[in-house]
Design a protein around this ligand. Structure first.
Ligand SMILES: C[S@@+](CC[C@H](N)C(=O)[O-])C[C@H]1O[C@@H](n2cnc3c(N)ncnc32)[C@H](O)[C@@H]1O
Length: 557
């Protein structure tokens, strides 16, 4: 079989032909290629050719008219616009699905033919018998290993508020806290399928038309495929098209340190997509979020952002290498698995998270004291915001600037300052040291200073600093007690997390020793679990070292 006739290469060829017909410009410095994976599936990626590509270089230029969105699809008059979140994913899935059903009649036929042919293997579909039977129960096994992990939280996340507006606009009741696959089923059954059946004329092929690639009737499984493609490939491009399928931009694979990004001006008219003044502009500017002020006046020279979306290099790209985009700035492996179905071998953004409720459940099972603890926590966090430099050198704590609760351990096993602070407040509460705000701040500063001195000592190989620490005259022995509490609480929470993740009673097993062959989902789940456990272990052992130092100092003195 010649290379050209392989079905895999056809996937790329058909896409390139479609691009040429639809005026998608692909710079000759790059090539789209099929990457064999050795097990027959393979994947598409983008590569540089033999020349170096400088930064700020436009590699792909996609006409806005070529993107597939709720606004541009064949059912645009019947699908409501939903700006973001799951609402946008569901509506775009319907837009894509009608084009899939239209087969050769669709403007996007060549593009659609180049997409993966089955449901992209996302964990949200692992619970479905239809996908799991063909994989010998691999999905059920994988989900059992994911119990208690970050990925489990992502997979079981419930409805976001983007759905409130959407379901109201299409006349469905709003249910709180239903899982994504239930939301997909409900949207399909109550909205997507009825709309498709009311507009059969839009997608049924005309007699005598080439029927290749045309589905006869809409099905829930077909809609799952559309949803999985949207989840793993769509881009939020601007206020008019919203979440969209963007040909070629979606051929780039993901990496943390990306080479390219998509450039688009989000601030266009939400009614007609114009970047220039248009009849929908509101003169007083109060209802358009200031868009009018940023729009070019009529007849001024408008840059290409009115017509194209561009993929542009942000760094120099060496010849003959794969060119990567990034799907999000700090995506963890759990998030990548949930939305895109893959994980990175090493991901510096991995982190473990808790809610304050989960932490307090372990440390203070009685609920009555929690409001008081949380009120003191607020005071501690506002002190931290003013004194963050105090933990600049710490290996055990990092400062996480955020307005939201961030009770985290990062990939290096360090605690977010919020998590450390929660342990600190619980210790003070247990020891009945929570009195005035001044006492709280004095104690906070003293405990942190003591911890930083000990950490510096532990970092110093010749141990001089440990003796330096011993020379610190702790005028208040409670400082040492509180630091000891913090370490013990941290280790208890880590242990509890280990016990409650993965299959029951598996916490002491060496999971890396026999990763199952051919069970791809289980392999992914075990890899995630192993890396979570190693984060917990490195956090616990760093605190154990610190507590040993505290103990030996207190024995000495
Ligand atoms: C936007 S598409 C990228 C193009 C895709 N490779 C294709 O064959 O069409 C996203 C999908 O590519 C794959 N992918 C992207 N980056 C990856 C990576 N770093 N490692 C493994 N798979 C990746 C995943 O299957 C993901 O769902």
């Amino acid at each position: 079989m010649s290379d050209e006739s392989k079905p895999t290469n056809n996937r790329v060829n058909v896409l390139l032909e479609w691009c040429a017909r639809n005026h998608v410009f692909i710079d000759p410095h790059i090539r789209i290629a099929f990457i064999e994976d050795g097990v027959g599936c393979g994947t598409v990626g983008v590569f540089s050719t033999e020349e170096f590509i400088p930064p700020n270089y436009t590699l792909v230029r996609i006409p806005k008219a070529a993107v597939l969105s709720v606004r541009s699809c064949s059912l645009s008059n019947y699908i409501p616009f939903s700006p973001y979140g799951v609402g946008a994913q569901l509506t775009l899935s319907l837009a894509l699905y009608v084009e899939i059903l239209r087969g050769t009649q669709s403007r996007w036929h060549g593009y659609i033919q180049s997409l993966p042919t089955g449901i992209v293997d996302l964990p949200m579909f692992w619970r479905l018998d239809t996908t799991d039977i063909s994989k010998d129960g691999d999905g059920r096994e994988a989900l059992a290993w994911l119990r208690g992990t970050e990925a489990n939280k992502v997979i079981n996340a419930t409805s976001d508020d983007s759905l409130t507006t959407l379901v109201r606009s299409i006349g469905l009741p709003f249910y709180f806290r239903i899982r994504i696959e239930e939301e997909i089923n409900r949207f399909y059954r109550d909205f997507a399928e009825p709309v498709l059946l009311q507009h059969v004329d839009v997608w049924r092929c005309s007699p005598g038309a080439d029927s290749s690639g045309i589905e006869s009737m809409p099905t829930l499984t077909g809609f799952y495929r559309a949803f999985s493609l949207v989840s793993s490939r769509a881009f939020l491009v601007d206020a008019f098209h919203g979440l969209s399928m963007v040909p070629i931009a979606d051929a780039f694979n993901h990496i943390v340190e990306n080479h390219v990004h998509l450039e688009s001006d989000y601030n266009v008219c939400p009614e007609c997509g114009s970047l220039q003044e248009c009849p929908h502009d509101v003169e007083d500017g109060s209802q358009d979020g200031g868009r009018l002020a940023s729009k070019p006046k009529e007849n001024t020279l408008v840059d290409n952002h009115d017509i194209f979306y561009d993929m542009v290099s942000n760094i120099g790209i060496p010849p003959d290498s794969e060119i990567y985009n990034t799907y999000g700035e700090d995506l963890t492996n759990a998030q990548l698995l949930g939305q895109y179905g893959f994980i990175l071998d090493v991901n510096d953004y991995d982190r473990l998270s808790w809610t304050s409720g989960e932490i307090l459940q372990v440390l203070m099972p009685g609920r009555s004291s929690r409001p008081q603890v949380l009120a003191y926590l607020t005071d501690v966090l506002s002190w931290f915001a003013r004194n963050q430099t105090l933990i600049g050198q710490s290996r055990l704590i990092f400062y996480k600037s955020s307005l939201e609760d961030c009770f985290l351990i990062n990939g290096e096993g360090s605690l977010s300052h919020q998590l450390w602070s929660l342990y600190f407040v619980v210790s003070l509460y247990r020891r009945q040291l929570l009195t005035t705000n001044n006492d709280l701040q004095r104690m906070l500063q003293a405990v942190l200073n003591y911890q930083m001195t000990l950490e510096a000592g532990l970092d110093d190989e010749d141990d001089n600093s440990i003796s330096l620490a011993s020379s610190i005259r702790l005028s208040d022995p409670r400082v040492r007690d509180v630091l000891y509490d913090i370490g013990e609480m941290c280790m208890a929470v880590c242990l509890q997390r280990k016990l409650n993740s993965g299959k029951p009673r598996s916490h002491a097993l060496d999971l890396s020793s026999d990763l199952p062959e051919n069970a791809v989902r289980t392999q992914l789940a075990l890899s995630l679990l192993i890396s979570e456990r190693s984060i917990l272990d490195s956090c616990s052992s760093a605190w154990a070292d610190l507590l040993n130092a505290v103990k030996s100092l207190s024995e000495d003195g």
